[in-house]
Design a protein around this ligand. Structure first.
Ligand code: NI
Length: 390
């Protein structure tokens, strides 16, 4: 039997109107990855207006607020990202971006505002807290190598015992929290650029050339066998050759071909194996045809690996404060996220927050139902409180 519990007393401390104000200010003043100068200054100013918060600046445009409880205990971190994307906003909102061709179309403005709301709420409960909270306002999620890596490498978070993060997601009811699968919760995205160097010739004299189109075609075909023959069935893996350019005339054998690929994997082992197979296939096929090549293999973010116990923790806390009906099992994200790097330090749990029907993330019409923000703050505060008091 479930009873309707009275709302936790601290919920009245959530600065709900301020969260909207902060979000709209950041939305109107978006900044691109690694350029979040004004945003990080703004975040720092707001954090300084709360009691009991110390500021750390682990990288040029990131800010961490540290809240030390009145008693010793564990250390927990919650992360928000702050960067926007290079696109022109088309929402028509009265608080649309004031910066041409820059827009918060992934909701990082909402993430930042919610985490400020969480910090504001918890900063007033310092005397009830056991342990330490890090509020991470991270730069450059959208741009590999990613801001998370800078922060991890700074050493500022080496004492953290658990990391949580939350991403807004359209097409789920506003304010509903999605617990993602444990294990892979997002994909790793890598890629490569390949130049095949053959030998140009007259189209009627193929024996005098080395045709890079034929070599490239053999490579593209062979690469298909990685997913079908090397990866264990059922493990989500994608190898897409999205670019293959060569030649200018129908009767000329070109001297080179340019290929580009996008690769998505969900485990470190498969990620490594796929890279090795790609390199073997390219090396051996070009050799077999007498061509040479230049390969630029570009690793990006690894997959987020959600910790099973932290997922259970996040779910229980979200249910405790929002009710069972507002917590759901979210599907694995096919996108990638540099939140994955925090796992180098401690276990992580990444979740989603529904923001109602609307355009997808990274779309110029992307919008956030602001009623969701209150739920997001509630879930964040409860997750942190429960973690420290366990
Ligand atoms: Ni995002």
């Amino acid at each position: 039997m479930e009873s309707t519990k009275p709302a936790a007393a601290w919920t009245k401390n959530i600065p709900a109107d301020d969260v909207i104000t902060w979000r709209r200010h950041i939305h109107q003043n978006p900044e691109l990855s690694f350029e979040e100068e004004k945003t990080s200054q703004y975040v720092e100013e707001v954090l300084k207006s709360f009691p009991n918060i110390e500021i750390i600046k682990p990288a040029k445009t990131s800010v961490i607020g540290v809240l030390k409880g009145s008693r010793p205990g564990r250390t927990v971190a919650f992360r928000a990202d702050m960067d926007a994307l290079p696109m022109q906003e088309e929402t028509g909102l009265p608080f649309s971006s004031k910066v041409k061709n820059v827009m918060h179309s992934c909701g990082h403005d909402a993430h930042t505002a919610m985490l400020l709301g969480t910090a504001a709420t918890l900063s007033k409960m310092q005397n009830q807290l056991k342990g330490t909270v890090y509020f991470i306002f991270q730069h450059a999620e959208e741009q590999p190598p990613g801001g998370a890596l800078d922060i991890v490498n700074s050493g500022a978070l080496k004492d953290v015992d658990a990391f949580f993060g939350m991403h807004v997601l359209p097409d789920f009811p506003a304010g509903h929290v999605g617990i993602l699968p444990h294990g892979a919760a997002s994909t790793a995205q890598d890629g490569f650029r390949l130049t095949i160097i053959g030998k140009g010739s007259h189209g009627s004299m193929p024996h005098l050339g080395i045709d890079p189109i034929v070599v490239g075609s053999a490579i593209v075909s062979a690469l298909q066998s990685i997913v079908s023959r090397n990866v264990e069935p059922g493990e989500m893996t994608v190898v897409t050759i999205g670019k293959f350019q060569s030649g200018n005339a129908f009767n000329v054998i070109a001297d080179r071909a340019e290929l580009g690929a996008s690769i998505r994997t969900t485990s470190d082992e498969t990620r490594k194996m796929v890279e090795i197979r790609i390199k073997e296939i390219i090396d051996n096929i070009t050799k077999a045809y007498g061509a040479t090549y230049k390969l630029d293999y570009t690793p990006s973010y690894p997959a987020i690996q959600n910790d099973a116990a932290l997922n259970v923790h996040a779910r229980n806390s979200a249910v405790a404060i929002l009710g069972k009906d507002q917590v759901f099992d979210g599907p694995m994200m096919t996108a990638s996220e540099d939140f994955s790097y925090y796992r180098k330090i401690a276990p992580v749990s990444f979740m989603t927050l529904g923001i109602g029907k609307g355009a997808a993330n990274h779309n110029p019409k992307f919008m956030v139902d602001e009623s969701a923000l209150q739920s997001g703050v509630k879930a964040q505060v409860q997750i942190i409180l429960d973690y420290l008091n366990k």
